[in-house]
Design a protein around this ligand. Structure first.
Ligand code: SF4
Length: 488
Protein backbone atom coordinates (compact mmCIF):
# COMPACT_ATOMS: atom_id res chain seq x y z
CA UNK A 1 0.00 0.00 0.00
CA UNK A 2 1.46 3.34 -1.06
CA UNK A 3 1.41 6.04 1.56
CA UNK A 4 -0.69 8.97 0.28
CA UNK A 5 -1.25 12.48 1.65
CA UNK A 6 -5.01 11.82 1.50
CA UNK A 7 -6.64 8.45 2.00
CA UNK A 8 -10.01 7.97 0.32
CA UNK A 9 -12.68 6.08 2.16
CA UNK A 10 -16.42 6.12 1.76
CA UNK A 11 -18.18 7.57 4.75
CA UNK A 12 -21.79 6.93 5.52
CA UNK A 13 -23.88 10.07 5.86
CA UNK A 14 -25.49 10.68 9.22
CA UNK A 15 -28.26 12.95 10.40
CA UNK A 16 -27.27 13.88 13.95
CA UNK A 17 -30.05 13.25 16.48
CA UNK A 18 -31.66 16.66 17.03
CA UNK A 19 -33.28 15.41 20.23
CA UNK A 20 -29.90 15.73 21.97
CA UNK A 21 -30.68 19.45 22.21
CA UNK A 22 -32.95 20.21 25.19
CA UNK A 23 -35.00 22.64 23.10
CA UNK A 24 -35.77 19.99 20.50
CA UNK A 25 -36.12 16.96 22.77
CA UNK A 26 -39.76 16.48 21.80
CA UNK A 27 -39.50 17.27 18.09
CA UNK A 28 -40.84 14.44 15.95
CA UNK A 29 -39.38 13.22 12.68
CA UNK A 30 -42.41 14.54 10.82
CA UNK A 31 -41.85 17.99 12.31
CA UNK A 32 -38.15 17.85 11.55
CA UNK A 33 -38.83 16.98 7.93
CA UNK A 34 -41.35 19.79 7.51
CA UNK A 35 -40.01 22.92 5.79
CA UNK A 36 -42.62 24.95 7.63
CA UNK A 37 -41.45 23.68 11.03
CA UNK A 38 -37.84 24.36 10.11
CA UNK A 39 -38.57 27.91 9.00
CA UNK A 40 -40.64 28.62 12.10
CA UNK A 41 -37.86 27.42 14.40
CA UNK A 42 -34.85 29.15 12.85
CA UNK A 43 -32.49 30.56 15.46
CA UNK A 44 -32.21 34.34 15.13
CA UNK A 45 -30.49 35.49 18.30
CA UNK A 46 -28.59 34.45 21.40
CA UNK A 47 -31.78 33.96 23.42
CA UNK A 48 -33.18 31.46 20.94
CA UNK A 49 -29.83 29.66 20.76
CA UNK A 50 -29.87 29.37 24.55
CA UNK A 51 -33.39 27.93 24.42
CA UNK A 52 -32.22 25.20 22.05
CA UNK A 53 -28.93 24.32 23.72
CA UNK A 54 -30.13 24.65 27.32
CA UNK A 55 -27.27 25.06 29.77
CA UNK A 56 -24.88 23.46 27.29
CA UNK A 57 -23.20 26.64 26.11
CA UNK A 58 -21.34 28.77 28.61
CA UNK A 59 -22.47 32.37 29.20
CA UNK A 60 -19.16 33.56 27.77
CA UNK A 61 -20.18 32.25 24.38
CA UNK A 62 -23.38 34.25 24.33
CA UNK A 63 -21.54 37.43 25.34
CA UNK A 64 -19.05 36.79 22.55
CA UNK A 65 -21.91 36.30 20.08
CA UNK A 66 -23.85 39.38 21.15
CA UNK A 67 -20.74 41.55 21.01
CA UNK A 68 -20.08 40.37 17.47
CA UNK A 69 -23.62 41.21 16.45
CA UNK A 70 -23.25 44.70 17.96
CA UNK A 71 -19.74 45.57 16.80
CA UNK A 72 -18.73 43.51 13.79
CA UNK A 73 -21.44 41.46 12.09
CA UNK A 74 -22.35 42.23 8.50
CA UNK A 75 -25.18 39.68 8.59
CA UNK A 76 -27.91 39.14 11.12
CA UNK A 77 -28.24 35.68 12.61
CA UNK A 78 -30.49 33.15 10.90
CA UNK A 79 -29.73 29.46 11.30
CA UNK A 80 -32.28 26.77 10.39
CA UNK A 81 -32.46 23.84 12.81
CA UNK A 82 -31.15 21.59 10.03
CA UNK A 83 -27.86 23.51 10.01
CA UNK A 84 -27.60 24.05 13.75
CA UNK A 85 -28.03 20.32 14.24
CA UNK A 86 -24.84 19.65 12.28
CA UNK A 87 -22.74 21.75 14.67
CA UNK A 88 -20.71 19.76 17.18
CA UNK A 89 -22.63 16.64 16.19
CA UNK A 90 -20.62 14.24 18.33
CA UNK A 91 -20.89 16.12 21.62
CA UNK A 92 -23.99 16.20 23.79
CA UNK A 93 -24.95 19.68 25.07
CA UNK A 94 -24.74 18.50 28.68
CA UNK A 95 -21.16 17.41 28.13
CA UNK A 96 -18.55 19.70 29.71
CA UNK A 97 -16.69 19.76 26.40
CA UNK A 98 -19.71 21.07 24.48
CA UNK A 99 -18.79 24.76 24.55
CA UNK A 100 -15.29 24.05 23.26
CA UNK A 101 -16.63 21.73 20.57
CA UNK A 102 -19.20 24.34 19.56
CA UNK A 103 -16.57 27.07 19.35
CA UNK A 104 -14.26 24.88 17.25
CA UNK A 105 -16.90 23.61 14.86
CA UNK A 106 -16.42 24.54 11.17
CA UNK A 107 -20.10 25.22 10.52
CA UNK A 108 -20.36 27.36 13.68
CA UNK A 109 -17.34 29.36 12.55
CA UNK A 110 -19.12 30.75 9.52
CA UNK A 111 -22.81 30.54 10.46
CA UNK A 112 -22.55 31.85 14.04
CA UNK A 113 -19.45 34.08 14.09
CA UNK A 114 -18.40 35.53 17.45
CA UNK A 115 -16.33 38.57 18.28
CA UNK A 116 -13.28 36.59 19.37
CA UNK A 117 -13.13 34.91 15.94
CA UNK A 118 -12.29 38.18 14.20
CA UNK A 119 -8.88 39.74 13.83
CA UNK A 120 -8.27 42.52 16.36
CA UNK A 121 -5.48 44.08 14.28
CA UNK A 122 -7.07 44.06 10.84
CA UNK A 123 -10.70 42.95 11.13
CA UNK A 124 -11.15 44.20 7.55
CA UNK A 125 -8.76 44.83 4.70
CA UNK A 126 -8.36 48.53 3.80
CA UNK A 127 -9.85 47.73 0.41
CA UNK A 128 -12.81 45.79 1.76
CA UNK A 129 -16.12 46.96 0.36
CA UNK A 130 -19.76 46.32 1.01
CA UNK A 131 -20.45 45.36 -2.59
CA UNK A 132 -16.97 44.00 -3.12
CA UNK A 133 -17.71 42.62 -6.59
CA UNK A 134 -19.40 45.85 -7.71
CA UNK A 135 -22.44 43.93 -8.84
CA UNK A 136 -24.83 46.83 -8.42
CA UNK A 137 -22.64 49.02 -10.63
CA UNK A 138 -23.16 46.47 -13.38
CA UNK A 139 -26.94 46.18 -13.09
CA UNK A 140 -28.41 46.27 -16.59
CA UNK A 141 -31.79 46.68 -14.92
CA UNK A 142 -32.28 46.68 -11.18
CA UNK A 143 -31.00 43.39 -9.74
CA UNK A 144 -29.68 42.01 -13.04
CA UNK A 145 -25.88 42.06 -13.04
CA UNK A 146 -24.39 41.83 -16.52
CA UNK A 147 -20.73 41.25 -15.75
CA UNK A 148 -19.71 38.63 -18.31
CA UNK A 149 -20.39 38.80 -22.05
CA UNK A 150 -22.78 35.84 -22.27
CA UNK A 151 -24.16 35.42 -18.77
CA UNK A 152 -26.07 37.39 -16.19
CA UNK A 153 -26.92 37.14 -12.53
CA UNK A 154 -30.56 37.77 -11.63
CA UNK A 155 -30.98 38.77 -7.99
CA UNK A 156 -34.66 38.02 -7.55
CA UNK A 157 -34.90 38.75 -3.84
CA UNK A 158 -32.72 39.96 -0.96
CA UNK A 159 -33.42 37.21 1.58
CA UNK A 160 -32.35 33.63 2.34
CA UNK A 161 -33.55 30.91 4.73
CA UNK A 162 -30.10 31.13 6.34
CA UNK A 163 -27.57 33.92 6.65
CA UNK A 164 -23.87 33.13 6.30
CA UNK A 165 -21.43 35.34 8.18
CA UNK A 166 -19.21 35.80 5.12
CA UNK A 167 -22.01 36.58 2.65
CA UNK A 168 -20.53 38.33 -0.36
CA UNK A 169 -23.83 40.10 -1.01
CA UNK A 170 -23.97 41.58 2.50
CA UNK A 171 -24.67 44.98 0.96
CA UNK A 172 -28.08 43.85 -0.18
CA UNK A 173 -28.97 40.54 1.44
CA UNK A 174 -30.47 40.05 4.86
CA UNK A 175 -31.64 42.26 7.68
CA UNK A 176 -29.72 45.31 8.86
CA UNK A 177 -27.25 44.76 11.68
CA UNK A 178 -26.38 47.44 14.25
CA UNK A 179 -23.37 48.36 12.09
CA UNK A 180 -24.64 47.82 8.55
CA UNK A 181 -27.81 48.95 6.89
CA UNK A 182 -28.84 47.18 3.70
CA UNK A 183 -29.50 48.49 0.23
CA UNK A 184 -33.10 48.29 -0.88
CA UNK A 185 -34.47 47.57 -4.31
CA UNK A 186 -36.36 50.60 -5.58
CA UNK A 187 -38.72 48.70 -7.87
CA UNK A 188 -41.47 46.37 -6.69
CA UNK A 189 -40.52 42.74 -7.24
CA UNK A 190 -42.99 42.15 -10.06
CA UNK A 191 -41.75 45.18 -11.99
CA UNK A 192 -38.15 44.21 -11.40
CA UNK A 193 -38.61 40.66 -12.67
CA UNK A 194 -40.52 41.94 -15.69
CA UNK A 195 -37.70 44.37 -16.48
CA UNK A 196 -35.17 41.53 -16.22
CA UNK A 197 -37.11 39.37 -18.65
CA UNK A 198 -37.53 42.29 -21.06
CA UNK A 199 -33.78 42.91 -20.99
CA UNK A 200 -33.03 39.25 -21.71
CA UNK A 201 -35.51 39.20 -24.60
CA UNK A 202 -33.79 42.15 -26.24
CA UNK A 203 -30.22 40.95 -25.49
CA UNK A 204 -29.63 37.84 -27.61
CA UNK A 205 -25.94 37.71 -26.66
CA UNK A 206 -26.90 36.42 -23.21
CA UNK A 207 -27.34 32.64 -23.08
CA UNK A 208 -26.90 31.84 -19.39
CA UNK A 209 -28.87 33.10 -16.38
CA UNK A 210 -27.94 32.52 -12.76
CA UNK A 211 -31.24 32.88 -10.89
CA UNK A 212 -30.23 33.93 -7.43
CA UNK A 213 -30.77 36.37 -4.61
CA UNK A 214 -30.53 35.85 -1.77
CA UNK A 215 -31.70 32.30 -2.15
CA UNK A 216 -34.43 31.26 -4.56
CA UNK A 217 -35.87 28.99 -1.85
CA UNK A 218 -37.32 32.13 -0.26
CA UNK A 219 -39.36 33.06 -3.31
CA UNK A 220 -42.91 31.68 -3.23
CA UNK A 221 -42.77 28.67 -5.52
CA UNK A 222 -45.38 29.85 -8.09
CA UNK A 223 -43.42 33.09 -8.55
CA UNK A 224 -40.13 31.26 -9.11
CA UNK A 225 -41.70 28.73 -11.45
CA UNK A 226 -43.29 31.46 -13.50
CA UNK A 227 -39.99 33.36 -13.81
CA UNK A 228 -38.06 30.24 -14.87
CA UNK A 229 -40.85 29.26 -17.26
CA UNK A 230 -40.54 32.71 -18.86
CA UNK A 231 -36.78 32.22 -19.20
CA UNK A 232 -37.43 28.90 -20.92
CA UNK A 233 -39.44 30.73 -23.57
CA UNK A 234 -36.54 33.02 -24.49
CA UNK A 235 -34.78 31.45 -27.45
CA UNK A 236 -31.28 32.64 -26.56
CA UNK A 237 -31.30 31.27 -22.97
CA UNK A 238 -29.60 27.88 -22.97
CA UNK A 239 -28.43 27.53 -19.36
CA UNK A 240 -30.42 28.33 -16.23
CA UNK A 241 -28.87 27.86 -12.81
CA UNK A 242 -30.92 28.19 -9.66
CA UNK A 243 -28.82 29.29 -6.69
CA UNK A 244 -29.91 27.83 -3.38
CA UNK A 245 -27.83 27.17 -0.33
CA UNK A 246 -31.11 25.93 1.14
CA UNK A 247 -30.63 22.65 -0.70
CA UNK A 248 -28.22 22.03 2.19
CA UNK A 249 -29.50 24.46 4.83
CA UNK A 250 -33.18 23.66 4.38
CA UNK A 251 -33.41 20.49 2.25
CA UNK A 252 -36.96 20.12 3.53
CA UNK A 253 -37.95 22.95 1.17
CA UNK A 254 -36.64 21.15 -1.91
CA UNK A 255 -38.23 17.90 -0.73
CA UNK A 256 -41.72 19.40 -0.47
CA UNK A 257 -44.35 18.08 -2.85
CA UNK A 258 -45.06 21.50 -4.36
CA UNK A 259 -41.41 22.15 -5.22
CA UNK A 260 -40.74 18.67 -6.56
CA UNK A 261 -43.80 18.77 -8.79
CA UNK A 262 -42.91 22.24 -10.03
CA UNK A 263 -39.30 21.32 -10.73
CA UNK A 264 -40.52 18.28 -12.69
CA UNK A 265 -42.66 20.56 -14.85
CA UNK A 266 -39.72 22.87 -15.47
CA UNK A 267 -37.38 19.94 -16.10
CA UNK A 268 -39.75 18.49 -18.69
CA UNK A 269 -40.03 21.77 -20.60
CA UNK A 270 -36.27 22.35 -20.37
CA UNK A 271 -35.50 18.93 -21.81
CA UNK A 272 -37.97 19.39 -24.65
CA UNK A 273 -36.25 22.66 -25.56
CA UNK A 274 -32.69 21.47 -25.07
CA UNK A 275 -32.08 23.89 -22.21
CA UNK A 276 -30.00 22.94 -19.15
CA UNK A 277 -31.40 23.67 -15.71
CA UNK A 278 -29.05 23.10 -12.78
CA UNK A 279 -29.21 23.86 -9.07
CA UNK A 280 -26.13 25.46 -7.59
CA UNK A 281 -25.76 25.04 -3.89
CA UNK A 282 -23.21 26.20 -1.33
CA UNK A 283 -21.79 23.60 1.04
CA UNK A 284 -18.56 24.34 2.91
CA UNK A 285 -18.11 21.37 5.23
CA UNK A 286 -18.56 17.60 4.85
CA UNK A 287 -20.66 17.33 8.00
CA UNK A 288 -23.36 19.45 6.31
CA UNK A 289 -24.00 16.65 3.81
CA UNK A 290 -26.59 14.64 5.72
CA UNK A 291 -29.02 11.99 4.46
CA UNK A 292 -31.74 14.63 4.14
CA UNK A 293 -29.47 16.80 2.00
CA UNK A 294 -28.64 13.81 -0.18
CA UNK A 295 -32.34 13.00 -0.52
CA UNK A 296 -33.10 16.55 -1.62
CA UNK A 297 -30.28 16.56 -4.18
CA UNK A 298 -31.35 13.22 -5.62
CA UNK A 299 -34.99 14.31 -5.66
CA UNK A 300 -33.97 17.27 -7.78
CA UNK A 301 -31.94 15.09 -10.15
CA UNK A 302 -35.00 12.84 -10.45
CA UNK A 303 -36.99 15.78 -11.82
CA UNK A 304 -34.86 15.61 -14.94
CA UNK A 305 -32.73 18.70 -14.43
CA UNK A 306 -29.21 18.55 -15.76
CA UNK A 307 -27.19 18.75 -12.56
CA UNK A 308 -26.80 19.80 -8.95
CA UNK A 309 -23.44 21.50 -8.37
CA UNK A 310 -21.62 22.86 -5.37
CA UNK A 311 -19.91 26.21 -5.06
CA UNK A 312 -18.19 26.38 -1.71
CA UNK A 313 -16.17 29.20 -0.20
CA UNK A 314 -12.67 28.68 1.20
CA UNK A 315 -12.74 29.79 4.81
CA UNK A 316 -10.00 29.61 7.40
CA UNK A 317 -10.94 27.28 10.23
CA UNK A 318 -13.73 25.76 8.14
CA UNK A 319 -12.28 24.01 5.12
CA UNK A 320 -8.72 25.28 4.71
CA UNK A 321 -7.06 21.91 4.27
CA UNK A 322 -6.95 19.53 1.32
CA UNK A 323 -8.36 16.79 3.57
CA UNK A 324 -11.41 18.87 4.51
CA UNK A 325 -12.05 19.80 0.88
CA UNK A 326 -11.66 16.26 -0.40
CA UNK A 327 -13.87 14.84 2.38
CA UNK A 328 -16.53 17.36 1.35
CA UNK A 329 -16.19 16.68 -2.36
CA UNK A 330 -16.39 12.90 -1.93
CA UNK A 331 -19.42 13.19 0.36
CA UNK A 332 -21.15 15.37 -2.22
CA UNK A 333 -20.22 13.27 -5.23
CA UNK A 334 -20.48 9.74 -3.86
CA UNK A 335 -23.31 10.07 -1.40
CA UNK A 336 -25.50 12.89 -2.72
CA UNK A 337 -24.91 13.06 -6.49
CA UNK A 338 -23.78 16.69 -6.20
CA UNK A 339 -20.99 17.80 -8.52
CA UNK A 340 -18.11 19.68 -6.89
CA UNK A 341 -17.69 22.76 -9.07
CA UNK A 342 -15.96 25.75 -7.48
CA UNK A 343 -14.29 26.81 -4.30
CA UNK A 344 -14.14 30.59 -4.13
CA UNK A 345 -11.60 32.64 -2.31
CA UNK A 346 -13.65 34.53 0.30
CA UNK A 347 -14.54 37.96 -1.04
CA UNK A 348 -13.20 41.18 0.44
CA UNK A 349 -16.22 42.30 2.41
CA UNK A 350 -15.83 44.05 5.78
CA UNK A 351 -15.04 41.82 8.73
CA UNK A 352 -13.87 38.89 6.64
CA UNK A 353 -10.11 38.96 7.24
CA UNK A 354 -10.06 36.09 9.72
CA UNK A 355 -11.83 33.90 7.16
CA UNK A 356 -9.81 34.86 4.10
CA UNK A 357 -6.88 32.83 2.79
CA UNK A 358 -3.96 34.21 0.84
CA UNK A 359 -3.84 33.59 -2.87
CA UNK A 360 -0.79 31.40 -2.24
CA UNK A 361 -2.84 29.23 0.12
CA UNK A 362 -5.59 28.95 -2.50
CA UNK A 363 -3.03 27.90 -5.10
CA UNK A 364 -1.59 25.34 -2.76
CA UNK A 365 -5.03 23.86 -2.00
CA UNK A 366 -5.78 23.57 -5.71
CA UNK A 367 -2.52 21.70 -6.18
CA UNK A 368 -3.14 19.41 -3.21
CA UNK A 369 -6.60 18.27 -4.30
CA UNK A 370 -5.60 17.44 -7.87
CA UNK A 371 -5.66 13.80 -8.89
CA UNK A 372 -7.99 12.35 -6.26
CA UNK A 373 -11.38 13.18 -7.75
CA UNK A 374 -12.41 12.46 -11.32
CA UNK A 375 -11.32 15.34 -13.53
CA UNK A 376 -14.92 16.35 -14.22
CA UNK A 377 -15.57 16.60 -10.47
CA UNK A 378 -12.34 18.29 -9.41
CA UNK A 379 -13.42 21.74 -8.23
CA UNK A 380 -11.59 24.79 -9.46
CA UNK A 381 -10.32 27.16 -6.82
CA UNK A 382 -11.22 30.61 -8.09
CA UNK A 383 -10.68 34.19 -7.10
CA UNK A 384 -13.50 36.60 -7.96
CA UNK A 385 -11.41 39.63 -8.82
CA UNK A 386 -13.25 42.96 -8.55
CA UNK A 387 -14.11 44.33 -12.02
CA UNK A 388 -12.72 41.16 -13.64
CA UNK A 389 -14.72 38.12 -12.58
CA UNK A 390 -13.77 34.60 -11.65
CA UNK A 391 -10.20 33.57 -12.38
CA UNK A 392 -8.45 30.32 -11.49
CA UNK A 393 -6.03 31.02 -8.69
CA UNK A 394 -3.09 30.19 -10.91
CA UNK A 395 -4.05 32.81 -13.49
CA UNK A 396 -2.65 35.84 -11.66
CA UNK A 397 -0.50 37.87 -14.04
CA UNK A 398 1.87 38.68 -11.21
CA UNK A 399 1.85 38.39 -7.46
CA UNK A 400 3.69 40.44 -4.87
CA UNK A 401 3.69 38.04 -1.94
CA UNK A 402 5.36 40.57 0.34
CA UNK A 403 2.57 43.13 0.04
CA UNK A 404 -0.03 40.47 -0.66
CA UNK A 405 -1.20 42.03 -3.91
CA UNK A 406 -1.98 39.93 -6.96
CA UNK A 407 -2.60 41.49 -10.35
CA UNK A 408 -5.04 40.12 -12.89
CA UNK A 409 -5.92 40.74 -16.52
CA UNK A 410 -9.32 40.53 -18.18
CA UNK A 411 -10.37 39.53 -21.65
CA UNK A 412 -13.85 41.08 -21.97
CA UNK A 413 -15.55 44.34 -21.17
CA UNK A 414 -18.52 45.03 -18.99
CA UNK A 415 -20.83 47.94 -19.78
CA UNK A 416 -18.72 49.98 -17.36
CA UNK A 417 -15.76 49.77 -19.75
CA UNK A 418 -17.68 50.05 -23.00
CA UNK A 419 -15.79 53.22 -23.95
CA UNK A 420 -12.54 52.37 -22.26
CA UNK A 421 -9.88 51.43 -24.82
CA UNK A 422 -7.45 50.46 -22.04
CA UNK A 423 -9.78 48.07 -20.18
CA UNK A 424 -8.18 44.93 -21.55
CA UNK A 425 -4.64 46.15 -20.99
CA UNK A 426 -5.10 47.22 -17.40
CA UNK A 427 -4.24 45.16 -14.35
CA UNK A 428 -6.78 44.62 -11.60
CA UNK A 429 -5.75 44.02 -8.02
CA UNK A 430 -6.75 41.53 -5.36
CA UNK A 431 -5.36 41.54 -1.81
CA UNK A 432 -4.24 38.93 0.68
CA UNK A 433 -5.13 39.35 4.36
CA UNK A 434 -2.49 41.62 5.85
CA UNK A 435 -1.85 39.66 9.03
CA UNK A 436 -0.69 36.73 6.89
CA UNK A 437 2.04 38.76 5.17
CA UNK A 438 5.74 38.70 6.04
CA UNK A 439 6.74 41.39 8.53
CA UNK A 440 8.01 43.84 5.88
CA UNK A 441 4.68 43.66 4.07
CA UNK A 442 2.70 44.19 7.25
CA UNK A 443 4.91 47.16 8.13
CA UNK A 444 4.21 48.67 4.69
CA UNK A 445 0.45 48.46 5.24
CA UNK A 446 0.71 49.84 8.77
CA UNK A 447 2.74 52.80 7.53
CA UNK A 448 0.22 53.37 4.79
CA UNK A 449 -2.62 53.29 7.29
CA UNK A 450 -0.83 55.85 9.47
CA UNK A 451 -0.38 58.18 6.52
CA UNK A 452 -4.06 58.24 5.79
CA UNK A 453 -5.46 61.50 7.09
CA UNK A 454 -9.07 60.52 6.89
CA UNK A 455 -8.73 57.34 8.87
CA UNK A 456 -10.12 55.58 5.82
CA UNK A 457 -7.48 52.92 6.35
CA UNK A 458 -7.96 52.77 10.08
CA UNK A 459 -10.01 50.26 11.91
CA UNK A 460 -12.37 52.98 13.12
CA UNK A 461 -13.57 54.35 9.83
CA UNK A 462 -16.96 54.02 8.18
CA UNK A 463 -17.63 52.04 5.06
CA UNK A 464 -17.96 53.93 1.83
CA UNK A 465 -20.63 53.38 -0.77
CA UNK A 466 -19.80 51.84 -4.13
CA UNK A 467 -16.98 53.45 -6.00
CA UNK A 468 -14.08 52.89 -8.27
CA UNK A 469 -10.60 54.06 -7.56
CA UNK A 470 -7.57 54.09 -9.76
CA UNK A 471 -4.06 54.41 -8.54
CA UNK A 472 -0.58 53.52 -9.59
CA UNK A 473 0.46 50.21 -8.19
CA UNK A 474 3.60 49.72 -6.24
CA UNK A 475 5.49 48.87 -9.38
CA UNK A 476 4.10 51.71 -11.45
CA UNK A 477 1.49 49.80 -13.46
CA UNK A 478 -1.99 51.25 -13.79
CA UNK A 479 -4.15 49.31 -11.40
CA UNK A 480 -7.86 49.37 -10.90
CA UNK A 481 -9.07 48.38 -7.54
CA UNK A 482 -11.93 48.77 -5.19
CA UNK A 483 -12.30 52.15 -3.55
CA UNK A 484 -10.39 52.28 -0.29
CA UNK A 485 -12.98 52.16 2.38
CA UNK A 486 -12.36 50.81 5.78
CA UNK A 487 -10.76 48.32 8.02
CA UNK A 488 -13.28 48.41 10.81
S1 SF4 B 1 -27.04 31.74 1.26
FE1 SF4 B 1 -25.73 32.90 -0.15
S2 SF4 B 1 -26.78 34.87 -0.42
FE2 SF4 B 1 -27.65 33.88 1.40
S3 SF4 B 1 -26.45 34.63 3.13
FE3 SF4 B 1 -25.47 32.73 2.48
S4 SF4 B 1 -23.88 33.39 1.04
FE4 SF4 B 1 -25.32 35.11 1.25
Amino acid sequence: MVDQPYVYRRRELTEPDWRRFPGWAGVTQAEWESAQWQRAHCVKNARQLREVTGAGLGEGFFGDLERDQRERATMSMLVPPQMLNTIAPATAPEDRAFTDAFYADPVRRYMIPVFSDRRADWPSHPYAQRDSLHEAEMWAVEGLTHRYPTKVLAELLPTCPQYCGHCTRMDLVGNPTPLFGKQKFALARGDRLTAMLDYLRRTPGVRDVVVSGGDVANLPWPRLESFVASLLEIENIRDIRLASKALMGLPQHWLSGEVRAGMSRLGTVARSRGVNIAIHTHVNAAQSVTPLVARAARAMLDTGIRDVRNQGVLLRGVNDSAGALLDLCFSLLDEAGVMPYYFYMCDMIPGSEHWRLTLREGQSLQQEIMGYLPGFATPRVVCDVPYVGKRWVHQAARYDTSLGISYWAKNYRTALEADDPLALGREYAYYDPIYMLPEDGQAWWRARARRSEHSQYSEHSQYSEHGQYSEHGTEGAAVTTAAPSAAG
